[in-house]
Design a binder for this molecule. Structure first.
Ligand code: NAD
Length: 218
């Protein structure tokens, strides 16, 4: 596929470029805070950058008729609404976390957290010290999946790619779920899976859960 990256020089942009390159895909558009270079027509544009870039990214997708994969975190409600709107005419896959395990945890919380509505719930997340937002987009995603405004505690340490724990407790029991990304490669792999899904999908606003379910329907 011909693809573009917004945030190309960043940690995730570099990871994506390497994985997509190894898989034989061609980078034809690269955008950064410094500007955009374009040497072809991308079929898919991946945005792992900053919320400030999103409007420009949506414009690039319109210009090229490209599908959009958005991994950037700390998006506002208005920005998420604008992506849903864009999904009326283009393929948009948005997730604050492109790891399969986190998205399965999201499904578990959506289904079962209501059974623990009278238990305490707290979220713990640890990320590398260069991460700009707190709590992480994943903590927000897990909180929303549980349908509760649970407190989130953020640690910023060294080079950790992303650890999340969701704890539930009452006076008699503690139940904890933990996910650890062992490298940034898992997010790039999820982004590749989403991009391949986007090439075949009809216009719509999709989650990474939708991508994971494709081909696994009963
Ligand atoms: P980074 O700081 O290493 O890189 C950011 C990149 O964005 C840089 O290339 C920078 O030049 C570019 N950028 C910044 N402002 C821009 C603008 N206005 N226009 C165009 N480009 C701009 O960050 P990172 O660690 O690569 O993370 C990038 C984003 O991806 C963050 O929001 C992070 O939380 C998110 N992230 C998401 C997932 C996921 O699975 N969804 C996983 C990891 C990181």
């Amino acid at each position: 596929m011909k693809y573009g990256i917004v945030g190309r020089s960043g940690r995730m942009g570099q990871e994506i470029e390497k994985l997509f390159g190894d898989a034989g895909h061609e980078l034809v558009l690269a955008s950064d805070a410094a500007g955009t270079e374009c040497g072809g027509k991308p079929e898919v544009i991946l945005d792992f950058s900053s919320r400030d870039a999103l409007a420009g990214t949506a414009e690039l997708c319109g210009t090229h008729g490209a599908a959009l994969i958005v991994g950037t975190t700390a998006l506002s409600e208005e920005q998420l609404a604008s992506l849903r709107k864009l999904g009326e005419k283009a393929v948009v896959v948005q997730s604050f976390n492109f790891a399969a395990g986190v998205n399965v945890l999201k499904m578990i919380l959506r289904d079962y957290a209501p059974l623990l509505s009278d238990w305490d719930m707290e979220i713990e997340e640890t990320h590398h010290s260069k991460k700009k937002d707190a709590p992480s987009g994943t903590a927000v995603l897990l909180r929303e999946a549980a349908g509760r405004d649970a407190p989130a505690h953020s640690l910023r340490l060294g080079g950790v790619p992303g650890d999340h724990s969701v704890h539930f407790a009452n006076d008699g029991e503690v139940l904890s779920f933990t996910h650890r990304a062992l490298s940034r490669g898992v997010f790039a792999l999820g982004a590749l899976r989403a991009a391949l899904f986007a090439l075949k999908a009809r216009p719509g606003f999709y989650s990474f859960g939708d991508v994971l379910r494709t081909g696994k329907e009963k």
